[in-house]
Ligand binder design. Structure first.
Ligand SMILES: [Fe+2]
Ligand SMILES: [Fe+2]
Length: 326
């Protein structure tokens, strides 16, 4: 276990830790929940479907559970490992092979949306035709899951893959895609996400195994999005300065700088927390449709398990960056 200690790079008071970002979000959870909506949609020139308010219940219990998860030693250690990895990246004066490994690993950890949320969307869309009851509730589940995934895939704007390459190009680190830069722990993490997304997909639609597998995957999606809310807000504080230090000409090239930091800034602010809340609304709506319990205790366990796994991946990225520094 790593004991928290102030780090030189992050000790300036105007910068926030992942923990601080998490606390602000959880403290304001009731307000975020009240405002969460499936956006409206223009149907025709004179017809518009109004936004639909999310129905999230047990808010104060969820708030307590999220505090417990955030303060748990597993999460504390995972956050420290992530902050150390980012710190090591920021302290690199130039790109060496360990930076390429970092970018390979970081990309690998962020596949949750495609490996979990998008697989859930695929499965639910295929199953909709076999669902005869409560179709409207089922549609709410799908609409919330769409809100989880749409920013990452991009509709009318570059999705993840496009933005990631703008950033790595600005770092001069495009070779990260090569197999030699893979980090085992990060690939192991994305394998876990893949397995979660496809678990029990062949089981009977009404079987308890099938229903629980969908709900568990949605809980992983909640865990992931809320983790991302802390991770990206943390690195967003430093990314512009780092990019300019590597390439001072970016300072005067607004468009290239915007693209270069776009991957991080696209996840900044409330973006990821909102994805997490949509995943939460989807999971509770699915539990109602499928007539199974939404257990907060199970969500806590899944969130801790996710945090431990993502923390292990970041610890490996940190080790890679430090090994090269010696
Ligand atoms: Fe993302
Ligand atoms: Fe997200």
């Amino acid at each position: 276990m790593i004991s928290p200690s102030p780090q030189k790079y992050f000790s300036t008071p105007e910068y926030k830790s992942m923990q601080a970002f998490g606390e602000v979000f959880i403290d304001t959870l009731p307000k975020h929940v009240r405002n969460l909506k499936i956006p409206g949609r223009v149907i025709s020139d004179d017809n518009r479907r109004q936004p639909v308010l999310a129905q999230i219940t047990q808010v104060s219990e969820l708030q307590n559970a999220m505090h417990d998860v955030l303060d748990h030693p597993i999460t504390q250690e995972a956050q420290l490992n992530s902050e150390y990895a980012f710190q090591a990246l920021l302290q690199k004066p130039s790109v060496d092979p360990s930076v390429l490994s970092f970018f390979n690993g970081w990309n690998e950890t962020h596949k949750t949306t495609s490996l979990v949320s998008a697989k859930i969307i695929m499965r639910l869309s295929a199953d909709a035709i076999s669902t005869t009851e409560k179709l409207i509730c089922y549609h709410h589940v799908l609409a919330h899951m769409h809100e989880v995934a749409r920013d990452d895939f991009g509709l009318g704007h570059p999705g993840h893959d496009g933005m990631y390459s703008y950033m790595t190009t600005a770092f001069g680190a495009t070779a990260w895609v090569e197999d030699q830069y893979k980090i085992h722990e990060c690939n192991e993490f994305s394998e876990f996400l893949y397995n979660t997304g496809v678990a029990e997909h062949k089981s009977a639609l009404d079987s308890p195994e099938h229903k629980q597998s969908i709900l568990d995957a949605m809980m992983v999606s909640i865990a992931s999005e809320l983790w991302n809310g802390r991770e990206y807000n943390f690195i967003a504080q430093y990314i512009e300065e780092k990019l300019i230090s590597l390439n001072p000409s970016l300072k005067t090239n607004v468009k290239i700088l915007r693209n270069a930091k776009g991957y991080v800034m696209g996840h900044f602010g409330e973006v990821e927390n909102k994805h997490g809340l949509h995943a939460l609304a989807a999971a509770q709506a699915y539990a109602r449709v499928a007539n199974i319990d939404f257990k907060i205790g199970r969500l806590k366990g899944i969130m801790l398990n996710y945090n431990e796994r993502v923390g292990n991946a970041f610890a490996a990225m940190h080790r890679a960056l430090k090994a090269q520094a010696k």
